[in-house]
Design a protein around this ligand. Structure first.
Ligand code: FAD
Ligand code: SF4
Ligand code: SF4
Ligand code: SF4
Length: 397
């Protein structure tokens, strides 16, 4: 049994792993830490279920946008602890209030990101906030099926390929399942993130207690922070500037994503979820009027929210008292958000970074990054010394 010929044909969603009746599949890290299914041929009975459920390779039906909004949750604590406008929490609150269970990505104690099930509003803090690495779905697809078959209401959130994977695994529609996919840039892997955190700990001679990929105390932007406890017991916050910190930088410039992310079929209007959530970048240009009345605040975060079908739009109407919801359209939402138009672009530099990582671990990658950032600084300084007339001459050659 062969599940894929090429790494670009597997997103690591784990649908095959969840579907195997013989537990013959395990999800294993490759030499760089990306997870792939591996079949134990001793246990496999060649039933073909694993390849039948693979939505990434089989053509699966997708939705198209019905309604597009700019939105922000009204609760100040929630929005300040969410990456964008906090709409995920408003949807999750509604599902929990109605006796449902919410699945999403949370850190474990070793800085791995895993999908977990949450039943109370209090526990939603584990899911809030983006973790820019691949979350392991584990056996969550099986758990969802059991809950749905028991008549429970379920919200499942994740990257579009995880939502497509869940749907492929379930093989049929359920009225009591709400799926939320995220606008997605691509995913690095857990091993890289763990190694980066270990590297920070060694550099700071302390322990990382908290990792925020997006820290709203610095405004609604793309910079994060870590809380560190030093060896003498002092706690402090260290900012992780996207351009100056190696992991955030290589994530942002798409040099450490999974191979299949460079040909992602979901970075467009056809979405697998009932609702799509992302950042409404560029709202000051597309809808400046929404910022004038201060009801949505671009220093705290604004979501792009897409109802991909009637179910999605009904849920958005149900949470309308908890959120500021303003009408928009796909063109406006995607004009400032590349990932609604196309996926991340592959660069051969990715292979160079991965080779450095394989040979010397994250400290070697960080060293390489510091050198190239330094080099860029020198180059721009040197460029600033060239007189404008010479610059024009050089450009015209
Ligand atoms: C890997 C990744 C890449 C993204 N890339 C973009 C982008 O390029 N452009 C853009 O506009 N938006 C992107 N987003 C989405 C954005 O960062 C917010 O997650 C989204 O707007 C929801 O924000 P919120 O304020 O409603 O909720 P938040 O509370 O900020 O988000 C929580 C939700 O994110 C989910 N989540 C967090 N980490 C992961 C993970 N690793 N895997 C799966 N689900 C996860 C949780 O399960 C929960 O559903 C990305 C998100 C992730 C996880
Ligand atoms: S089901 Fe998911 S993990 Fe399995 S082969 Fe397909 S894409 Fe890969
Ligand atoms: S063919 Fe059947 S038994 Fe073999 S790995 Fe796939 S699902 Fe499991
Ligand atoms: S970019 Fe596409 S393939 Fe990669 S994690 Fe996101 S949705 Fe999945």
């Amino acid at each position: 049994m062969i599940l894929f010929e090429n790494k670009k044909d597997c997103c690591g969603c784990g649908a095959c792993y969840n579907a195997c009746p013989k537990n013959a599949i395990s999800m294993q890290e490759d030499d760089c830490g990306y997870i792939y299914p591996v079949i134990d041929s001793e246990l496999c009975v060649e039933c073909g279920k694993c390849s039948q459920v693979c939505a990434f390779q089989n053509h699966t039906e997708t939705n198209t946008p019905q309604k597009v909004y700019a939105a922000a949750v009204k609760d100040n604590d929630v929005i300040m602890n969410s990456s964008s406008g906090g709409i995920f929490t408003a949807l999750a609150d509604y599902v929990i209030e109605n006796g449902g269970i919410v699945f999403g990505a949370a850190f474990d104690s070793d800085w791995n990101v895993k999908h977990i099930a949450v039943k109370s509003k209090e526990q939603l803090r584990y899911l809030r906030g983006s973790k820019y690495t691949q979350s392991s779905t584990g056996t969550s697809f099986r758990q969802v099926r059991e809950l749905l078959n028991a008549g429970k209401l379920v919200l499942y959130s994740g990257t579009p390929c995880q939502i497509a994977g869940l749907k492929g695994f379930l093989g049929k529609e359920y009225d009591s399942l709400l799926t939320v996919d995220l606008v997605c840039h691509g995913v690095p892997n857990n091993r890289m993130l763990r190694d980066y955190i270990k590297f920070l700990e060694q550099k700071e001679n302390g322990k990382v207690l908290k990792y925020l990929f997006r820290d709203k105390s610095m405004g609604w932007g793309k910079n994060g922070s870590v809380v560190i406890e030093s060896s003498d017991g002092k706690r402090y916050r260290k900012k992780l500037w996207e351009s100056a910190s190696s992991y955030p930088y290589y994530f942002a410039v798409s040099l450490i994503c999974r191979e299949n992310c460079y040909s992602c079929r979901y970075a467009c209007e056809n979405r697998p979820g009932d609702i799509t959530l992302g950042d409404f970048w560029g709202i000051e240009k597309t809808h400046p009027q929404y910022l004038n009345d201060n009801s949505i605040d671009d220093t705290k975060g604004i979501s792009v929210v897409i109802a991909n079908n009637e179910k999605g739009n009904n849920y958005l109407q149900n949470i309308s008292s908890a959120v500021e919801l303003r009408p928009s359209d796909y063109e406006s939402a995607s004009s400032g958000n590349e990932r609604l138009r196309h996926g991340s672009k592959y660069s051969p530099k990715r292979d160079e970074i991965l080779d450095i990582y394989k040979a010397g671990g994250w400290s070697a990658v960080d060293k390489y990054h510091s050198k190239s950032v330094g080099l860029k600084k020198h180059t721009s300084f040197a460029k600033s010394l060239i007189p404008p007339a010479i610059k024009r001459y050089l450009k015209g050659r």
